[in-house]
Write a new protein. Structure first.
Length: 397
């Protein structure tokens, strides 16, 4: 019998070299320049053995360009290695074995939630009929009993890669934080009363961490979710988490070799302006004022004070850097922010009944122990330990 489907394929060293070079080309197109060197380590010894110097010159030139690209995107931060979404399918009559299954989809660069939702809507409308397909935009857990069996439902949620504390320490670059990833996270606000939104002293949030069967990047653009973990943060834990994020954002901006002045100013503006019922001071009033502080565990209060200490220092450092970057036309703006900063620190001092010593101009770096260069500690406790995490209730599904 004649073999009509298969042909003999002769694999040899030349075929391997060709495939490896195609792989390197694909990595270049995917902007994963850091991986090209690993592929070329397999090719270069072969060409050296063969003394194929023109090919070696081409490889080393490509490596040269790859390293330049790495330096460029590390400097600018403008490389986008993908956007991720959790997609769930519901409707036994339509999806059959896929009913109730969830996947993480990897989409190009800055894909919007509306884009992937519209694409999936069209894909399954063509398959089932547009009158039979519904998109669920609510991020909460879907109860199949609440759904109409006459429709096919698709739930789409924006998620981001999740790294624990150790991974954040080990993965220094944006590339490392975006490569070989398996866990993703999204958050939902809620209150004990059942409403989604409430005052800062009522606002909780649920953090959902999804783990996929394989790591991204993968040979497919979607990977099934293997299991998920839910972590509920109570109101003071939400405050600690939100303020820690503000500190981290300011520190990242300030530590950049090429500070983005516009981003820095936007973050500063949102941090130092004293607002009555919003912003950082709202957390301080809700959890650290004398009338409220006894309602919360001592260890959480100490954590929040520690974060506010770091926040004040980070804002001070950001103002020093901004003053170095601005031109004359922004001097008045800088003075206004410094004034707002002093008002914020004064307000914090009043809330916590602790005096914060300022230098005469409010901006000079003072030589204080434990590296508190901008101000004395707000909370009055020694040490400058960064808040590493929040202990809370969690459940595994």
């Amino acid at each position: 019998m004649e073999d009509g489907g298969m042909q003999d394929v002769h694999y040899n060293e030349d075929v391997l070299m060709e495939l490896l070079e195609q792989c390197a080309d694909g990595l270049w197109k995917a902007e994963r320049y850091e991986l090209i060197t690993n592929v070329y380590k397999l090719i270069i010894p072969v060409y050296e053995e063969r003394q194929e110097f023109e090919k070696l010159a081409h490889l080393y030139e490509t490596l040269h360009q790859a390293y330049k690209k790495i330096a460029e995107v590390t400097h600018t931060g403008k490389r986008l290695l993908g956007t991720y979404f959790r997609v769930g399918f519901f409707g036994q009559g339509f999806f059959e074995d896929e009913d109730g299954k969830e996947y993480i989809y990897k989409e190009p660069k800055l894909t919007q939630l509306s884009e992937i939702s519209q694409r999936l809507m069209k894909l399954y409308s063509d398959k089932f009929g547009s009158e039979n397909v519904r998109i669920i935009y609510d991020d909460g857990k879907v109860n199949p009993k609440d759904l109409d069996a006459k429709f096919a439902y698709i739930q789409v949620t924006y998620v981001t890669p999740f790294l624990d504390e150790k991974e954040m320490q080990d993965r220094k670059t944006d590339f490392e934080k975006s490569h070989n990833i398996q866990r993703f996270v999204f958050e939902m606000p809620f209150t004990v009363s059942g409403k989604k939104q409430g005052g800062v002293d009522q606002q909780c949030k649920r953090r959902t961490i999804l783990t996929t069967m394989h790591h991204f990047p993968y040979v497919k653009k979607r990977i099934p979710v293997m299991y998920q973990q839910h972590i509920d943060l109570n109101p003071i834990e939400v405050a600690i988490d939100e303020m820690s994020n503000k500190v981290s954002e300011l520190q990242i901006l300030c530590s950049s070799s090429d500070v983005d002045m516009i981003k820095l100013q936007l973050k500063l503006q949102g941090s130092v302006i004293v607002q009555v019922n919003a912003g950082p001071l709202a957390y301080a009033r809700a959890f650290l004022e004398e009338a409220n502080v006894k309602k919360y565990p001592d260890n959480k209060v100490k954590q929040l004070k520690e974060v506010f200490r770091q926040f004040v220092e980070a804002c001070g450092q950001a103002l020093v850097i901004n003053e170095r970057l601005i031109k004359e036309d922004q001097l008045e703006y800088q003075e206004e922010m410094k004034s707002n900063y002093r008002d914020m620190v004064r307000e914090l001092s009043n809330i916590m009944h602790e005096q914060i010593s300022l230098a005469d101009d409010g901006m000079k770096i003072s030589h204080l122990p434990d590296s508190y260069h901008i101000f004395n500690a707000i909370s009055g406790t020694a040490g400058g330990t960064v808040v590493q995490g929040i202990s809370n209730s969690s459940s595994m599904v």
